[in-house]
Design a protein around this ligand. Sequence first.
Ligand SMILES: *[C@@H]1O[C@H](CO)[C@@H](O)[C@H](O)[C@H]1NC(C)=O
Ligand SMILES: *[C@@H]1O[C@H](CO)[C@@H](O)[C@H](O)[C@H]1NC(C)=O
Ligand SMILES: *[C@@H]1O[C@H](CO)[C@@H](O)[C@H](O)[C@H]1NC(C)=O
Ligand SMILES: *[C@@H]1O[C@H](CO)[C@@H](O)[C@H](O)[C@H]1NC(C)=O
Ligand SMILES: *[C@@H]1O[C@H](CO)[C@@H](O)[C@H](O)[C@H]1NC(C)=O
Length: 415
Amino acid sequence: MASKIILHVFLLSLLFIFIPYNQNNSCASYLGYLFPSFSNDCYHNPDVDNNITNIIQRHATSPETHQVQTQDGFILSLFRIPRENPRGVILFQHCYLCDARIWVTQHNESIAFLFWRAGYDVWLGNSRGNFYSKRHATLSPSDGEFWNYSFFELGYYDVHASVEYIKATTNHSKIIFMGYSLGGSAGLVYSSMRPEDATKSLRIIVSIAAATHFRYAFGPMEFVTSFIFKMQSFNNHTGIYSIGRYDSWGLKFFRISHRLFPFKKYLPYAISFFFGWTPDEMDPSYSNLMISQFGSESSLNIIYHGYQQRLLGIFQAYDYGEIKNMRLYGSTNPLLYPLEKIKVPVFLVYSYDDWFCHYKDNELVHNRLPEEAKIYGKLAVEGINHVDFAYGKRRNQEVYNKILKVLNSLPKTFD
Ligand SMILES: *[C@@H]1O[C@H](CO)[C@@H](O)[C@H](O)[C@H]1NC(C)=O
Ligand SMILES: *[C@@H]1O[C@H](CO)[C@@H](O)[C@H](O)[C@H]1NC(C)=O
Ligand SMILES: *[C@@H]1O[C@H](CO)[C@@H](O)[C@H](O)[C@H]1NC(C)=O
Ligand SMILES: *[C@@H]1O[C@H](CO)[C@@H](O)[C@H](O)[C@H]1NC(C)=O
Ligand SMILES: *[C@@H]1O[C@H](CO)[C@@H](O)[C@H](O)[C@H]1NC(C)=O
């Protein structure tokens, strides 16, 4: 049965393989992609295959690029879409296997531009190892030790360094943090592990579909992650410590096959199959844009660690086994992130249709937060899966405009 489907897809693909990839690279409907030159639905979008500087330049203003070094030696890039006399300063933190491009690859309706137009000074973070943050004071990406990080380091070091740098550069005493998926988790790790710093530096944490306990995670991602988890010894043995490099063969193949018509329509089904069944929510016009800009390297430890959390249903630091835990954390159990210590207001955003970062896991986080962190409430949405938070048709209307409203209502006293 499965082989029949594969053959079917393959033959169907051959039918379209000779259609030239013409100037029209974006279509408002899936059918448009069949003959993009002749469809009124289609147009040329210069953002496809373009770089982040040019994309930001085209829709907003000339971006600035900054470098910051973390306490443990990683050199991170930050992109800034500057704004004079802003309403506030926002640091956006991206998802796993993503980078700053996730915030600017929805054409003129991109998330970063929405907030920039509303008067915010926008900064796009890049965590260690990704497309833009491959440097370290002493290590190189070919060293295993370079990739020896997980949730903890992304929050404790990367978010910390980025926040401090932005505060110093903008001369704002407090900024806004907004993280999506693993970026949201990094914000929670940072603010629970460095509660004093976070209270001093942040006005609010907006956590969108954060990856935390995975207690209620649902769907075939379980099999994917358990498979990768079981490969851990083999991967260590063969020196494979990272995944998702933009120019890896796997992603090159993915990008080429996506140029064939049938895959355009399969993409929202594939994403829905893994992350929540909302295939009509994905905007067809983002199809090529998303794929041409997807892929950014990160540590495999994050998958091992995520799966470990899944098995235990707990949001905690990496479990190295009793002996090493004792040495690293001072107890045989690994460190549980102390969410109850967070004092900064946290605005949790999540979806009832996200199978991966399940709404019940987000509610667990909410329940563990102290009252003072819950003053702005939370936002639960429907009909949006985990990926739709980035590329869904209704994401601005249902999610980001509502976040904007909360941010616009914050007291201005701290700038
Ligand atoms: C993007 O390309 C332009 C030239 O078109 C170049 O000046 C710029 O540095 C590039 N940006 C990045 C982030 O590579
Ligand atoms: C984006 O471009 C489309 C098509 O040109 C236009 O209809 C829409 O209003 C634009 N959106 C914004 C926020 O400028
Ligand atoms: C990764 O870090 C842990 C904890 O600091 C350490 O025990 C381990 O040896 C490191 N592994 C590698 C491959 O560097
Ligand atoms: C930064 O802000 C402080 C007070 O908040 C002010 O005294 C100082 O002049 C400002 N520095 C710059 C470079 O704007
Ligand atoms: C694999 O290497 C990572 C560090 O990169 C380490 O944390 C983990 O314990 C190792 N796992 C095994 C099974 O060797």
